[in-house]
Design a protein around this ligand. Sequence first.
Ligand SMILES: NC(=O)c1ccc[n+]([C@@H]2O[C@H](COP(=O)([O-])OP(=O)(O)OC[C@H]3O[C@@H](n4cnc5c(N)ncnc54)[C@H](O)[C@@H]3O)[C@@H](O)[C@H]2O)c1
Length: 466
Amino acid sequence: MSDRYQEFANSALGKLVIKNLGLPMPLELERFDPNKPLINGAVLLGAAPGSTLGGPISDVLNTVHADTYAGNHAALQQAAAKVGLNLRPYNSGDKESRFKVMIFDASGIQNSEQLVELFNFYSPVARQLLPNGRVIVIGRTPELCSNPKMATAQRALEGFVKSVGKEFKKASTAQLIYVAEGAEANLESTLRFFASAKSAYVSGQVVRVSAGATQKIDWNAPLAGKTALVTGASRGIGEAIARTLARDGAQVICLDVPAQEADLQRVAGEIGGLVLPLDITASDAGQKIAEFANAESQSKGLDVVVHNAGITRDKTLANMKDQQWNLVMNINLSSEERINDTLLAEGALNANARIVCVSSISGIAGNLGQTNYATSKAGVIGMVHSVAPTLANGVTINAVAPGFIETQMTAAIPLGIREAGRRMNSMSQGGQPVDVAEAIAWFASPASGGLNGNVVRVCGQSLLGA
Ligand SMILES: NC(=O)c1ccc[n+]([C@@H]2O[C@H](COP(=O)([O-])OP(=O)(O)OC[C@H]3O[C@@H](n4cnc5c(N)ncnc54)[C@H](O)[C@@H]3O)[C@@H](O)[C@H]2O)c1
């Protein structure tokens, strides 16, 4: 769907009008292009004294051939040299250099006084981040810190990152990654995602990396040989998810209601996928999916399950019919629970399978006219949190919570509310279906075994529920 305001804002006349009136300026977001380097510009790396993640961070930067700079920091130099990363010197007085990514290892911060290290690193270079830049702070999971002072200081990082996300503008993003002790090897998939254009519409997010089993992969085809089921795949976000997972090498089973079969055939045909016309609310839906995957898929089971199908039936509570409540709850939540239960019970999920759910910021913030929808989507978050610790065999469950994404669903929103939804975020624009799809592909990766029970918003740092 076209965003006329954004088109106008990027014209010569629009730029002038917007500057003079102080209106939001939605810069065009850079999105992933396989023909460009994953990190498309220089990286500035820093660390608080006593930090321990310099090695794993340098390792990732080395693998992606990042042009990396650091100030005079002996421990970082040593950690980088050990993994073969050529850390180029950055002189702190240099105001000319520009950086695409600024990464700070905050794992050494032990107490609130030491939080000044964040300020010392970022304040002098705050004007030197390029448009579409990335600020990434990496710390230690507060709940796992044995010392309360350290837990307090690590938790404080969240406020810093969320403020930077709102302050730096120019389509830049800011994220916080907490790495549990012993989970250092699992940092790679998350650092790659947040440092790249794949996370264009994700900002102000906090991710916890834990010590799950992570497999070595070909980063150009992370899902090669894998089979992924995507529900609601005939259009909108589901179609983008199917295309993105196929791009990453997966064979995709495209599922949607039988009435959507023609569109489903089109999408599946274009990506070499399989077609499964099925209503997920059918009592035997889980069984049918398990049988289909077993009989038709290349991996004789499922490696990725994406619960994307969802509907809205907006009405204020006083005007809502029980049918509107029941339908939304059944499609958006109960059917997902039933399908998961059956797939797990039937052994239809292969080892290290990934379940990825689509929630909504409405499930976090609540929304007028959406008691049914918000309840179902908050339930999806509850499901992710409660099911994650029960999974075995390397299986994980995570969710994305989209904000305003340009699809048929949001095109149906009345103009005034639609404009507010589009602009009330750090990017001053709606996201594209591919932005949600990229986040799902990151969770779906075999290299994301350290992500379990996470909920990440794809909302351009929307003000709703933040
Ligand atoms: N568009 C947004 O801004 C936005 C924001 C937050 C969350 N979401 C969520 O993202 C997901 C996709 O949304 P979208 O905007 O692409 O919506 P959409 O309406 O364009 O697509 C949803 C798809 O789900 C399918 N579906 C519905 N009921 C089904 C059933 N019983 N069985 C099988 N398939 C069924 C539909 O046929 C449709 O193809 C939904 O879960 C939605 O709640 C969307």
